[in-house]
Design a protein around this ligand. Structure first.
Ligand code: MG
Length: 202
């Protein structure tokens, strides 16, 4: 399986990092070794001094497809989750300055903690609030209505280039409030009022 990430998909987050809004989705990949499941702890890596949390809605692809039309994209996912797109901001900045890929800044081991998936039935996906608390303090709040590119648009866009397969994950971008984590921090992510993720940084 593969993990597809989307950069700067919330305008307020793009602003906080001093980036312009993208005209087309910014797409990157993480390897499957980035996944952390079951609220496993995240071990702070030695190669970075600035790991940022990015809470995101994650969509699980349930059917193989390419050149998917936006109007049919909803048939390609049944379940959603919350995930953290951990980003080594120091490595990412360095790569950006040199015009180099983000691969190591985004794809390192444990950089994609993910919750259990829940059915999308009964959820209004176009207006879904979610949040991240660190040590009990609210750090990020978002709502899928603030996305620059909708979930269905992203699926249509990405599938022109990369075939989506059953079991692939799509991280749909983070709202504002990203900041550093440190060993000892406890991260809790909520979808509406439901705690989906609860794990520690060690
Ligand atoms: Mg992200």
């Amino acid at each position: 399986m593969k993990i597809i990430g989307i950069g700067r998909n919330y305008s307020e987050h793009a602003k906080e990092l001093n980036h312009a809004l993208p005209a087309e989705p910014i797409v990157f990949l993480k390897p499957d070794t980035a996944l952390l499941r079951g609220n496993a702890p995240f071990y702070y890596p030695e190669f970075s001094q600035d790991i940022h949390h990015e809470v995101e809605v994650v969509v699980k692809i349930c059917k193989e497809g390419k050149y998917i039309q936006e109007k049919f994209a909803h048939k390609y996912y049944e379940e959603i989750a919350l995930g953290i797109d951990f980003t080594a901001r120091d490595l990412q900045k360095k790569a950006q300055e040199q015009g180099l890929p983000w691969t190591l800044a985004k794809g390192f081991n444990g950089s994609a903690p993910i919750s259990e998936f829940i059915s999308k039935q009964g959820l209004s996906l176009h207006q879904l609030p979610f949040s991240l608390h660190v040590n009990g303090t609210l750090r990020q709040t978002g709502n899928t209505e603030q996305m620059v590119f909708s979930i269905d648009y992203l699926i249509a866009y990405v599938s022109q280039f990369i075939t989506l397969k059953t079991g692939d994950y799509l991280f749909t971008g983070t709202p504002p409030g990203v900041a550093s984590v440190k060993p000892g921090d406890r991260l809790q992510a909520y979808l509406q009022d439901r705690c989906m993720l609860d794990f520690e940084v060690r």
